[in-house]
Design a protein around this ligand. Structure first.
Ligand SMILES: [Zn+2]
Length: 507
């Protein structure tokens, strides 16, 4: 927003008039805005995390940096992300790929701009220009000049519109940095004085932007004198000297930006930290408050712990699943499972009955998925027999209803949807069910019997109705857990030897 003449000269007005002017010119809804600036410098090719011997932990890496950037951007869309140069050189990634993965990673991290450091020229201007082609953000420098043409090699500045806040960023290199570049790598190029360059540029930028940031590869020596030589810069974000500055330093210079000075900060090197400055802007886009810090990029920003959890518990689970919980003294077969009682089916019905302390246990033959071979029984083998999350139901049935259920099952022998019983025997004579006994006694049609079954069966999924049941209790116990507990308790599982169904063929 363009500040009216009389307001920009408010100092000369009386306080009363100034308050009047403000209340008149500012929209009622005007509220402070926060611009967040994140910055790095001298990341030096640290794509991967590394162990920092002084901090005694794993730090840095582009994945962590990307995570942090994303978190901040989600919190505040008014975020600008900058780098102060010397992205190149430092690990074998550079020796082989000459900066390409670094620039590409910065694009993915959605950097808004970087400036050129001396190490960006370690393999000459041609390589840098090649790599810059991969940059999805402007590479800024306002004082490296092509001797032949007299033109700047890079874009000197860029004005960002960060959701309504216009931020000018210019890039500069110092003499100190320039001297650190090998002669043949900078042949044909010269460096203009960074201070003079800024003195020319900043007043122009000031006209077009609410804030001016000077992005430096100059070293702290030059950065600290810069605010004295160049007025009207709000922020100097620097690198090259690998300076650890936990907070920004405010250097006073009568700046009319609300601070009366310029904030200078560096963010160490190797991507160990991200520098962060939050600027609170008033309705005139003056800085009314600020907060600065260095954010350590450690495992807090790691997606890895999740993987570690899976590796740790996954490995443990494998071991736990193969833990032997008991032994089968013989093969518990599932063969011919719809023809009548079979060992594994009888065992399951026994387990149901015992677990609920009922007179009868009922298991659906189709629900018994696999045999248990003779030998050790593991948790894994129980998961194979009982892959479904069925739970156990306890209820009461009148003798005559129980009889109907036995008959319904018997009518399907040799087909499917039959039931396995425990505590109950019967005879099939031709197609007729006779001589049903419950724990050795003849079934009494008028008596109530207690029964346990899987909820799947109880709900009628095997097309046999349990609607006549009374006092049903959904135990919520998973049948699988009940089996595991049974095997753990009994240790030894024998195939049932009793005859639960007697079949008499009548011709
Ligand atoms: Zn440097």
């Amino acid at each position: 927003m363009k500040v009216p003449y009389f307001l920009s000269h408010a100092k000369t007005l009386s306080l009363g008039l100034m308050i009047f002017a403000l209340s008149w010119i500012l929209p009622a809804h005007a509220s402070p805005e926060t611009l967040t600036i994140l910055f790095t410098g001298d990341t030096h090719n640290r794509l991967e995390p590394f162990f920092h011997t002084e901090l005694e932990k794993s730090v840095s890496g582009v994945v962590r940096r990307a995570r942090y950037f994303e978190q901040v951007r989600q919190q505040n869309p008014r975020t600008l992300i900058l780098d102060a140069g010397d992205v190149f050189q430092g690990t074998p990634y550079y020796n082989f790929y000459l900066g390409e993965p670094d620039i590409k990673a910065m694009g993915l991290m959605r950097y808004d701009a970087m400036t050129v450091g001396n190490h960006e020229l370690d393999n000459g201007m041609l390589n840098l220009r090649t790599q810059v082609q991969f940059a999805q953000f402007p590479v800024l420098n306002a004082n490296i000049v092509d001797e032949k043409t007299g033109l700047l090699v890079f874009r000197p500045f860029h004005i960002f519109n960060v959701h309504g806040i216009r931020v000018a960023v210019l890039g500069l290199m110092s003499e100190h940095s320039w001297k650190a570049i090998a002669g043949e790598q900078k042949k044909g190029y010269t460096l203009k004085d960074p201070f003079e360059t800024a003195q020319e540029l900043v007043p122009q930028l000031r006209q077009q932007a609410d804030l001016v940031i000077s992005l430096h590869h100059m070293g702290i020596w030059d950065d600290e004198v810069f605010p004295q030589k160049v007025a009207d810069v709000d922020l100097v974000l620097g690198g090259h000297s690998h300076t650890l500055m936990p907070q920004a330093k405010l250097i006073k210079n009568n700046n009319q930006n609300g601070l009366g000075g310029t904030l200078v900060q560096h963010a160490y090197y190797q991507g160990v930290y991200v520098g962060r400055i939050d600027l609170t802007l008033d309705a005139r886009k003056k800085i009314s408050d600020y907060h600065s810090e260095l954010v350590l990029l450690d495992a807090r920003f790691d997606p890895e712990p999740l993987k570690e959890i899976l590796n740790t518990y996954g490995g443990k689970l494998k071991t736990d699943m193969d833990q032997v919980i008991g032994e089968a003294t013989d093969h518990l077969s599932v063969a011919n499972k719809f023809d009548g009682p079979f060992p594994m089916g009888s065992v399951m019905a026994d387990i149901l009955r015992e677990s609920q302390n009922t007179e009868v246990g009922i298991m659906n033959s189709g629900g018994v998925r696999s045999a248990i071979p003779r030998g050790p029984i593991t948790v894994r083998s129980i998961y194979e027999i009982m892959p479904f999350d069925n739970s156990v139901v306890r209820f009461k049935l009148e003798g005559e209803d129980l009889q109907e259920i036995v008959e319904a099952s018997a009518a399907r022998l040799g087909k499917s949807k039959t039931l396995q019983f425990s505590g109950l025997t019967f005879t099939v004579k031709g197609k007729k069910v006779t001589a049903i006994t419950i724990n050795g006694k003849a079934l009494d049609p008028d008596r109530m019997y207690t029964v346990a079954a899987p909820d799947y069966v109880f709900k009628g999924n095997e097309d046999i109705s349990f609607e006549e049941a009374e006092d049903a209790v959904m135990t919520g116990l998973l049948l699988r857990d009940v089996i595991i507990e049974y095997v753990r308790k009994h240790k030894q599982i024998d195939p049932p030897q009793d005859t639960r169904m007697l079949r008499i063929d009548t011709k």
